[in-house]
Design a protein around this ligand. Structure first.
Ligand SMILES: [Zn+2]
Ligand SMILES: [Zn+2]
Length: 246
C-alpha cells in the first residue's frame, strides 16, 4: 500500500496547497481519502483524475468535501475532453447527514455507496472499517487494511481511547493535530499534538503522521510535543507529496 499526502491543512488550503486529501494505492487501484478544498488540483501531480477508482469521505465539513464539486464537473466533461472510456468511480460516505450524502451524487456521473460503523467494506484490494469519532458533526475514522499492511486515519476527532484501540496493529497512523499542546482542541472536536502523541502511544503504532495542521505557529513544535508522548513511535508532520509504502 502506498500512501501520499495530497493536502493536510485545517479549514482552508494555503497558497498552492490543499485541505484534507490522501491518495492510497495498491496494484493500480487508487482511492482518495477525503476531497477537501484544493485537492483536485494537487491530486493531478500524482495521478490522472480519470484513474481514481473510489473516494471515501470521512464527514461533510468543507475542508473534507470542498472539491467534490470539482470532481463532479471533471466527470461531466471527461467524455468531451478524452476519447478514453470513462471508468466507474464510487464515492463512499455515511448517511447520518442525508443532505451531505445526497450531495455526493451529481447527474449520474458518479456512483455513491453508504458506509456504516458496523459493516467493513471491501473497496478494491482494501478492507475499510469505520469508527465514529468525537466531532461536532458525524465523522468516521477508518482502518484500511491490505494483505500486507494497515493504515489508520483518525479523520477529525477529539482524543479517544476507543480510536486508539482500533488503531492497534496499524503500520501508520495519520492523526489530526489541529492544536498545539496546552490549547483547547477538545471543545471543537479536535486534538492537540500532545493528544495525537498519546493516542499513538496507546495504539503502539510504529509511525505517526500529524495532519490537519493549524495555520499558525511552528509545525516542528507539534512534532516535538507529540514525540514526547510516544518515544517508541516515529513522528512526522504531513506535507504535500509526503509519501510512504507500507
Ligand atoms: Zn470536521
Ligand atoms: Zn477538518
Amino acid at each position: 500500500m502506498k500512501v501520499t499526502v495530497i493536502g493536510y491543512w485545517h479549514a482552508f488550503p494555503e497558497a498552492g496547497e490543499a485541505a484534507s486529501g490522501y491518495l492510497i494505492e495498491e496494484n493500480g487501484f487508487q482511492v482518495l481519502l477525503d476531497c477537501g478544498s484544493g485537492v483536485i488540483a494537487q491530486l493531478q501531480h500524482y495521478c490522472k483524475l480519470g484513474d481514481i477508482d473510489a473516494v471515501v469521505i470521512s464527514h461533510y465539513h468543507n475542508d473534507h468535501i470542498g472539491d467534490i464539486g470539482a470532481l463532479h464537473y471533471f466527470r461531466l466533461l471527461q467524455p468531451v475532453i478524452s476519447e478514453e472510456p470513462q471508468q466507474p468511480i464510487t464515492i463512499y460516505g455515511h448517511k447520518e447527514d442525508p443532505d451531505g450524502f445526497e450531495n455526493l451524487s451529481f447527474q449520474g456521473t458518479i456512483t455513491t455507496e453508504p458506509y456504516a460503523a458496523d459493516k467493513p467494506l471491501n473497496i478494491g484490494p482494501f478492507t475499510f472499517t469505520f469508527y465514529k469519532t468525537t466531532h461536532p458533526v458525524p465523522c468516521y475514522a477508518m482502518k484500511i487494511q491490505s494483505e500486507q499492511s494497515a493504515l489508520f486515519f483518525t479523520a477529525d476527532t477529539g482524543f479517544s481511547t476507543e480510536l486508539a484501540h482500533a488503531a492497534s496493529g496499524a503500520d501508520l497512523m495519520i492523526a489530526e493535530s489541529t492544536a498545539y499542546k496546552g490549547e483547547d482542541g477538545a471543545s471543537f472536536g479536535h486534538m492537540t499534538s500532545e493528544e495525537a502523541g498519546q493516542m499513538a502511544g496507546l495504539a503502539n503504532v510504529p509511525h505517526l503522521l500529524l495532519t490537519h495542521l493549524p495555520h499558525f505557529g511552528d509545525h516542528d513544535q507539534l512534532v516535538t510535543e507529540a514525540q514526547n508522548e510516544c518515544p517508541d513511535t516515529k513522528v512526522e508532520k504531513a506535507a504535500g507529496g509526503w509519501s510512504k509504502i507500507l
